[in-house]
Write a protein that binds this ligand. Structure first.
Ligand code: ZN
Length: 240
């Protein structure tokens, strides 16, 4: 029954623009596709408002960043976790865009991200992109860039190696795997810019570090910030 209910809700959410993508409740047509109640209940980190938050401290161990933030804590039994999954594998790209709008709104309110020039989504390998048909991070980046009044550069980075799924591997192996996975296309477009790298979930941070290093190597005059919709794993537990 509940599975049928979920399918029914998903179809409604997909077809009608006036249902909440999280709970299926009615929402007024407008910018948001998540109802007030779900937005209110989002387990926010509020890191965007703190220059010295745990995500920033974490990345500072690996490269020099300007600002770093994640919008919410990813909990195991959370509707938002299912929403992220649907945005990635369920063809529901509009959820990613909604997350981007919410993340971008918070970055804008904080005032710490007002000088971001370019928003760069973490790219998928072309093979994975063909399989899925889209990259959810592109849609998050669109929402963030719209809120900040910045440009999106979807092609700034590309993935040279289609690295295998990292679940179940040791942390050390993950770091080895992601080194030099990414490369920069046309670095002249990034020179001297404040670049915000955007992804859906921050878990080990290895992928995002690899992106940042690739950009800093190709365009050393860049300043790099990082923003993700969710923070998960050890970093989320350590942060609370
Ligand atoms: Zn809702």
């Amino acid at each position: 029954m509940s599975m049928l209910h979920d399918i029914y809700r998903d179809i409604l959410a997909f077809v009608f623009h006036d249902t909440c993508v999280i709970c299926g409740a009615h929402v007024e047509r407008g910018v948001h596709r998540v109802c007030m109640k779900c937005r209110y209940n989002l387990p926010r980190t509020l890191f965007a408002f703190r220059p010295d938050n745990p995500v920033k401290e974490y990345f500072d161990n690996h490269f020099e960043s300007v600002n770093c933030a994640s919008l919410f804590y990813l909990k195991a039994d959370n509707k938002w976790k299912r929403a992220l999954y649907r945005s990635k594998y369920g063809q529901e790209w509009f959820i990613a865009r909604q997350l981007g709008i919410m993340l971008g709104g918070e970055l804008l309110d904080s005032g710490l991200y007002s000088d971001v020039d370019i928003v760069v989504p973490v790219p998928l390998h072309w093979r994975k992109l063909l399989q899925r048909g889209y990259n959810q991070s592109n849609y998050i980046a669109d929402g963030v860039a719209e809120a900040l009044g910045a440009k999106v550069c979807r092609n700034a980075l590309y993935r040279r190696i289609n690295n295998p799924p990292q679940a179940g591997q040791m942390i050390g192996e993950r770091w080895d795997n992601v080194d030099e996975i990414f490369a920069v296309r046309r670095p002249e477009k990034l020179h001297g810019k404040h670049v915000l790298i955007v992804d859906d979930v921050l878990t080990t941070g290895a992928t995002l570090c690899s992106c940042a290093r690739a950009i800093l190597q190709a365009a050393p005059s860049c300043r790099i910030s990082i923003a993700t919709a969710a923070v998960a794993g050890k970093l989320a537990r350590r942060s609370r």
